[in-house]
Design a protein around this ligand. Structure first.
Ligand code: PEP
Ligand code: MG
Length: 599
């Protein structure tokens, strides 16, 4: 790292740590390289075409802003979303647009160059303004210019965000496609203004083992590409322009963290078995086929949840049966016949709306058309996915998981569809496995309360705590203003988990957990004690959870679970679990607990 620039003061910010690890390096602000604009002379006959390009770009930017506005309103409420309305107004400002058009005609230069020139002049006069309000609009103007210029340059999917080398990636928010488009080996860390622990971008960051922080307020205003930065994904701290003493401290921390990781690596090749001999299936949650191999290397017993949504979210068209088959087969094959791969049918809707599904504007999308509820109205899309999934059954131990199950009739419907597809494929001469277990996610309270009925209809249950907590406590999982109410250890949630496991077992099916709670080291003893058969965790948590399982006894976990179920509040449960953890696993302090619970 180059020497600290003494003119720049160290800035420390706290956000929500979502993926552990420490990164020291240079910042790369997403989208900031888009203002590289060249100047080209136009021929007389090219001028009007250039103006058309300008208007088309403004139109696209407008559509983008409308989408951002809606997403922000959903996530943070109307007040925060209002900024995008202001951006829209600025974008359509007739004076500004008129000036750009006039100058394209008179100067005969390319639209992006002229647009940038005009905006820069506006910015300069605003900077000089006595009014703070006007001065604060400079950042907004800059944002708009970036958006319009990106579209004039025909770069709609931000592909121009090529990292110049290993970088800490900074952005307002991180979409799954942002994450995928970046060269993963060059990403040292992620830091974003929006987001939450269970937002899908955060889950992805953990999967990619990239230290990450979300919820960093107005970070982008304070940081530029090339700035030196330290990102502490354990504590949730980002330090911009760190001074030399800080860098030295963090180098030490990084060293200690690496030693901790090395220690965990030692348990890779051992089974996830308690000291008194109870085996726990420890599987991994993945989104991409690339994540499978590293997870298996860390000793995962297969894939406990493969989220298929990204196949739909990362392309404009629906993924074809062939495309899906290739991707699913790659995953099932790389796990091989020894361990299961649980493929979840698409859980779109909610925060992952998709244009192909004709979802109406919904006041409460998380309570609307989401997951399994979309299937009957979009049967051909569902069948295409089922065909692709079923065709992979001969390549390994395939299981199918159904999301957002709230009632028995939904499972019956899905099973009928699976059977129909199976017959269709057999008639076509496609070879299929004899047995393909079908399971239900337990992530809606009604499913947890009637887990016995659900279990009678399927072969396994997998508890999805991310949604189960949200729906049980009526707390939006992505809303940072109520994040303090989103508590896995609320007694109501714990009881639902306990009862689901019991009822599943009484019906003779195994019960796993694929929600993020399974990745929480504080929860391991409780979940093992409640009798879970399988824990499917973020790849980054595999080793620490395995290390904990290997150090505990099932009998003590049963006692601990009983005790915990006797507490009346989440605070009491957490306090008790923390005291046990500090006592038993002092050396695992670097696990994500460190930041989540301030220990
Ligand atoms: C869950 O809800 O716990 C879950 C695993 O599903 P997702 O996070 O994809 O909604
Ligand atoms: Mg869910």
């Amino acid at each position: 790292m180059p020497k600290h620039d003494v003119n720049k003061k160290e800035i420390r910010m706290r956000g929500v740590p979502v993926s552990a690890g420490v990164a020291i390096g240079k910042a790369f602000v997403l989208g900031c390289n888009l203002l590289k604009v060249e100047s080209c002379a136009l021929q007389e006959q090219e001028v009007e075409r250039e103006i058309t390009r300008l208007h088309a770009a403004i139109e696209k930017a407008k559509q983008e802003l409308a989408l951002l506005r809606d997403q922000t309103e959903e996530l943070l409420g109307e007040r925060d979303a209002a900024i995008f309305e202001i951006h829209q107004l600025m974008l359509e400002d007739t004076e500004l647009v008129g000036e750009v058009v006039r100058r394209i005609r008179s100067e005969k230069k390319n639209a992006d160059r002229v647009y940038l020139d005009v905006v820069t002049e506006y910015e300069q006069s605003l900077t000089k303004s006595k009014s703070e309000l006007f001065r604060s609009r400079v950042t907004d103007l800059h944002d708009i210019a970036r958006r319009v210029i990106r579209h004039i340059q025909g770069d709609t999917d931000k592909k121009s965000d090529h990292l110049p080398g290993p970088s800490v990636v900074i952005g307002t928010d991180l979409t799954p496609s942002d994450t995928i488009n970046l060269k993963q080996t060059d990403v040292l860390g992620f830091a974003t203004e929006l987001g939450s622990r269970t937002s899908h971008a955060a889950i992805m960051a953990r999967s990619l083992k990239v230290p990450s922080i979300v919820g960093l307020g107005d970070l982008c205003r304070l940081i530029s590409t090339g700035d030196q930065v330290i990102l502490d994904g354990n504590a949730g701290t980002i330090i911009i322009h760190p001074d030399e003493a800080t860098v030295a401290d963090y180098r030490k921390l990084l060293k200690a963290y690496r030693a901790y990781v090395q220690k965990l690596e030692k348990c890779k090749k051992y089974p996830a078995r308690t000291r008194d001999g109870k085996n726990i299936e420890l599987a991994a949650n993945v989104e991409f086929s690339e994540e499978v191999k590293p997870a298996l290397q860390d000793g995962a017993n297969g894939i406990g949840l493969y989220r298929t949504e990204y196949l739909y979210l990362t392309r404009l068209e629906l993924p074809s049966e062939a495309e899906q088959f290739t991707e699913y087969k790659r995953i099932v094959r790389s796990v091989g016949g020894q361990h299961p791969v649980i493929i979840r049918t698409f859980d779109l809707g909610g925060d992952k709306a998709q244009k192909h599904f004709h979802i109406h504007q919904e006041a409460n999308p998380f309570l609307g058309f989401r997951g399994v509820r979309l299937y009957s109205g979009n049967e051909s899309i569902f069948t295409t996915q089922l065909r692709a999934i079923l065709r992979t059954s001969v390549y390994g131990k395939l299981r199918i998981l159904l999301p957002m199950i709230a009632s028995v009739s939904e499972i019956r419907y899905c099973k009928e569809m699976i059977e129909k597809t199976r017959v269709q494929l057999s008639d076509e001469g496609v070879e299929l496995a004899d047995e393909i277990p079908v399971g239900a996610m337990i992530e809606v309270p009604s499913a947890a309360i009637s887990a016995d009925l659900i279990a009678q209809e399927c072969d396994f249950l997998s508890i999805g705590t991310n949604d189960l907590i949200q729906y049980t406590l009526a707390v939006d999982r992505g809303n940072k203003y109520v994040a303090n109410l989103y508590r896995a250890y609320n007694p109501a949630v714990l009881r639902l988990i306990r009862d689901s496991i019991r009822q599943g077992h009484e019906q003779g099916v195994w019960v796993g957990m694929c929600g993020e709670m399974a990745s929480d080291p504080l929860a391991t003893m409780v979940l093992v004690g409640m009798g879970l058969d399988e824990l499917s965790v973020s790849p980054v948590s595999l080793l620490v959870i395995k290390e904990i399982i290997r150090r505990i006894e099932y009998a003590e976990c049963e006692n601990l679970a009983d005790r915990v179920l006797g507490y009346a509040t989440a605070d009491e449960v957490e306090k008790y679990l923390l005291s046990v953890f500090k006592n038993k696993f002092k050396d695992l302090i670097f696990s994500e607990l460190h930041n989540q619970y301030n220990i």
